[in-house]
Design a protein around this ligand. Sequence first.
Ligand SMILES: [Zn+2]
Ligand SMILES: [Zn+2]
Length: 306
Amino acid sequence: MNESFPSISSSSSSSSSSSSASDVLMSFLLSLPPSSFSALASSLASDLRLLRSRLALLLLSPAHFSRALSRLRSLPLPLKSLLLARLLLRSLRLLLSSSTSSPSSHPHRLRLLDLDAALLLMAMCDSYHPHRPHPHPVDWRSTVAAHALSSALSPAALGDTPWAVLGPYVDLAAKCPRFLEVAGSSNGGGKMGEGARAAVAAVVALPSVEYSGCEEGDGGGSRECAVCREEMAAGWQVCELPCGHRFHWGCALAWLRKRNTCPCCRFELPTEDVFAEIGRLWRAVVRIGGGDGTSCGGAGRASRGG
Ligand SMILES: [Zn+2]
Ligand SMILES: [Zn+2]
């Protein structure tokens, strides 16, 4: 059986980029106020119990394992990549939950069935080393079990510190830049998620404000809508993006149907495109952590989460 995986293993040339991604995440976590940090650790503790119990169920129940494995095998490579992307996005969202006001329900939530398949796929990617001898065909259950056991017994996973809880999420989220890099290159060199439209929920939540006629910022009080170049009359209801820039409602809606960035400052709104959303949240992590940013499909644009 010829298995095809999205290649995100950090065992190859990517080890330096994934360790700098871990550094970015560490400085992000260290920048959190102590109260947010401990709140984050305790909210992640219950999620980690869920992840571990799903993985344990997969490994302890042969029927469950083979169901998840045959489901994975039925998926073409792009859908396997999407599954991993959703797992990575989930970990980024959870890590960022303390520093952004994320909506209570979002379109990227994983159903339990998908979560199991994604966890299994990630465990397969992590435990498989192409240069090491593996039996043929690979006995995935024992390969994944051996890897799960060794990582459960690693010093970082032991003990009752917040870092023992955060570690697995940092490990997952640190794969994001490398993952987007690989997914982008398999996409013909284009950046994944480029041109993604703004999430419907984010657009619906945009406030309507009365245009006063003398706006601050924006190059000294522009009365012009940057989309249509026509003046906005005082007293009109206009659309305000979270960055503060204002546009005619019709212009903003037409623009955000195609893109998730502000026409003036490229502030990024949430998007339903999983890959673009990973890029957006990763840039937010880089910005909050004060890092210089590793490559993640685009310039370090201003981005507010949520
Ligand atoms: Zn306009
Ligand atoms: Zn703006």
